[in-house]
Design a protein around this ligand. Structure first.
Ligand SMILES: C[S@@+](CC[C@H](N)C(=O)[O-])C[C@H]1O[C@@H](n2cnc3c(N)ncnc32)[C@H](O)[C@@H]1O
Length: 355
């Protein structure tokens, strides 16, 4: 059957969203829209969307192997803290094309460190297909109630991508829903509906037009993941704002962002399935972490400076007859600059919850 949106019969994320709007009786909550736009049958991450130099945005694992090498030191410390248990494992959620896993596994191989079973959980099948050998690659983190995790769960830039509700202040707090423009069925429009269940953290007197994300899915993801860890740690690294009230006081385009092909994308309703939709993570909406550091502090705590020095020395020793290995060591200097930049990746927060 052909859809109206595509004369060749292929369906699109807009078709999926329009159908869901019909089924829901006229509009979808913003988080339901976002879920279809990113993870539905024709969603951005279901299809072509991915991190990386050839992807849509550059994340810390994609800067180069140094981020994974530092994380391997953090993992090793947790393994030691738990008394080196035989069933220790690493679970990475939102693993993208598996770049972080590749760096950590390569480090284990290169240093003859004790490796650990590594599960890479990624919703997008195309990205899963790129996962390296040696990891167990799955689409969803299975229920671990009967076999809780001893080890670590990692998530780099996952929380910002989990669907959120969108609240808008126009004299009182209301909620953003998405509907179809009456005269143009291919165009999506925002409608504001009464907010039935206002959360306690909502600011009282924000500027007119203020918006905030309500990150219920991120909160319950953290709660559920912590519930599945018997002993160990959860580490989430992301762009985080401490208080929801700060987001309400900031122009929304600064924290509700879209990306496509390394550029900022269009309005969040303009190209569902064709662009990433993401928000600053509101720390006060999550379970309180045990440790909060900037990415810069976290990477220094776990040895990035020593690794850069080691890289510099290896390069200098090999400078007269450079090898590929020596060039990789030299690239640590450039990688560290990007990873530690306080105005960029270095300003992200590393949130740790321990069990
Ligand atoms: C911004 S990308 C980050 C990828 C990678 N961690 C990195 O730092 O390069 C977020 C990834 O999380 C995946 N994702 C989102 N929700 C997920 C979920 N509930 N389970 C598994 N993967 C998920 C998306 O498909 C996407 O590949």
């Amino acid at each position: 059957m052909r859809s109206e949106a595509d004369p060749h019969g292929a369906s699109s994320a807009v078709d999926d969203i329009r159908r869901a709007i019909d089924v829901a009786g006229g509009s979808l909550r913003f988080d339901e829209f976002m879920s279809l736009a990113l993870y539905g049958p024709n969603g951005f991450y279901t299809g072509v969307g991915r991190a990386g130099r050839r992807g849509d945005f550059l994340t810390s694992p994609e800067v180069g192997p140094l981020f994974g090498t530092v994380l391997a030191a953090w993992i090793e410390a947790e393994f030691a803290r738990l008394g080196r248990p035989g069933d220790f494992e690493v679970v990475e959620v939102g693993a993208g094309p598996g770049t972080l896993a590749r760096s950590i596994l390569a480090h284990w191989r290169a240093t003859s460190a004790v490796g650990h079973p590594y599960t890479a959980v990624e919703a997008g099948a195309l990205q899963r297909a790129a996962h390296p050998e040696g990891v167990r690659s799955v689409g969803v983190l299975e229920d671990r109630a009967d076999r809780p995790i001893t080890g670590v769960v990692l998530a780099n830039e996952l929380l910002d991508n989990l669907p959120f509700r969108l609240l808008v202040f126009d004299g009182r707090w209301r909620e953003s829903h998405v509907t179809v423009a009456p005269s143009e069925p291919g165009r999506l429009l925002e409608v504001l509906v009464p907010l039935a269940d206002p959360p306690s953290w909502l600011p009282d007197a924000p500027p007119h037009g203020a918006r905030v994300p309500w990150q219920q899915v991120a909160r319950s993801w953290v709660e559920t993941t912590l519930g599945s860890i018997a002993a160990g740690r959860l580490l989430c690294v992301d762009y985080v704002t401490p208080r929801s009230a700060e987001l309400a006081a900031t122009p929304w385009r600064a924290w509700l962002r879209t990306y496509r092909g390394h550029e900022r994308g269009g309005h969040y309703l303009s190209d569902p399935g064709g662009q990433d939709v993401t928000a600053q993570v509101a720390l006060d909406q999550l379970p309180e972490p045990d440790v909060v550091r900037t990415q810069e502090q976290f990477l220094r705590r776990w040895g990035i400076d020593e690794l850069v020095e080691e890289g510099r020395a290896a390069w200098e020793a090999a400078a007269s007859a450079p090898t590929v290995a020596a060039m990789k060591m030299r690239s640590r200097v450039r990688e560290a600059e990007a990873l530690l930049d306080p105005a960029g990746l270095g300003g992200f927060l590393a949130l740790e919850w321990s069990r």
